[in-house]
Design a protein around this ligand. Structure first.
Ligand SMILES: NC(=O)c1ccc[n+]([C@@H]2O[C@H](COP(=O)([O-])OP(=O)(O)OC[C@H]3O[C@@H](n4cnc5c(N)ncnc54)[C@H](OP(=O)(O)O)[C@@H]3O)[C@@H](O)[C@H]2O)c1
Length: 243
């Protein structure tokens, strides 16, 4: 365990990887706030289990005023915003020539504008505190090509590039920003992959296995621990498929 007694925002914590990150960070003794467009039963369960150490709001990541108000509310409730994990995103499973404009705009909005707004709101607080950790959940798609994921891949490449530039802006203020780039793992988002596609990915993966939520949590936990002097890096958690 690396993070303890931190106030942490995880976007998109209602299910999938986000829910695992929220649950494990709470287990380690942190205060965790999360949002998603809709509430899931897991949010009620965590509220019951962790009381004031857990906070969930229904919020769309692209709602500018809502995101600013959420960050201010978390700072009031928890006393600080120590770490942010930009996890909320939507996927794509379509060749670009079949992808309509609305879908392209939605991916850009949720996967690019959303994390940028949350990061902007959080670093204003972190600058005043003189410390903070930001971890973007990127993807191997941001660095390697996969058919059917062009716009999604572009959004993840944006997170990597934005993170590197931002590291130069905020590093001196005691804020570190890095990306964790998982390979494919099981979730609603990756459920579009057919069994034969998953089998091919596994076969091409040196470790012979896909990453799971807990593999990714361990790396995120380290990245936001503030103990590593890691700055402006993309860390792959992919069993070596990009190696
Ligand atoms: N699954 C994979 O194979 C894979 C591989 C590499 C990287 N990743 C990345 O890992 C992260 C988590 O993926 P996952 O597979 O766990 O996804 P998931 O199961 O689809 O969960 C996505 C989460 O984000 C929330 N979300 C989506 N759009 C939102 C919006 N506009 N505003 C607020 N919340 C929103 C969802 O809740 P609502 O829908 O209710 O809003 C949900 O809580 C993502 O950044 C993804 O790109 C996934």
């Amino acid at each position: 365990m690396h993070t303890k007694d931190q106030s942490i925002i995880v976007s998109g914590g209602s299910r999938g990887l986000g829910l695992h990150l929220v649950s494990r960070l709470l287990e380690s003794g942190n205060r965790v706030a999360t949002f998603a467009r809709s509430r899931t039963p897991a949010m009620d369960r965590l509220s019951g289990e962790y009381g004031d150490a857990f906070h969930f709001t229904e919020l769309d990541a692209v709602d500018v005023d809502g995101v600013n108000a959420f960050v201010a509310d978390v700072a009031n409730r928890f006393g600080s915003v120590d770490s942010v994990v930009n996890n909320a995103a939507i996927g794509q499973d379509q060749l670009l020539m079949h992808t309509d404009v609305d879908t392209i705009r939605r991916i850009v909005d949720i996967n690019i504008v959303g994390p940028t707004l949350l990061t902007r709101a959080a670093i204003k607080r972190m600058m005043l505190q003189g410390s903070g950790n930001i971890c973007n959940i990127s993807s191997i798609c941001g660095s390697r090509g996969y058919a059917g994921l062009s716009v999604y891949a572009g959004s993840k490449g944006y997170l990597d590039a934005m993170m590197r530039a931002l590291a130069r802006e905020v590093g001196e203020a005691g804020i570190n920003i890095n990306c964790v780039a998982p390979g494919f793992f099981e979730s609603e988002m990756s459920s579009v992959l057919r069994p034969e596609q998953l089998a091919t990915i596994k076969r091409r993966t040196p470790s012979g296995q896909l990453s799971n939520d807990e593999n990714i949590f361990k790396v995120v936990d380290l990245v936001i621990s503030g103990t590593t002097n890691m700055q402006g890096q993309v860390v792959f958690v992919d069993g070596g498929i990009t190696s």
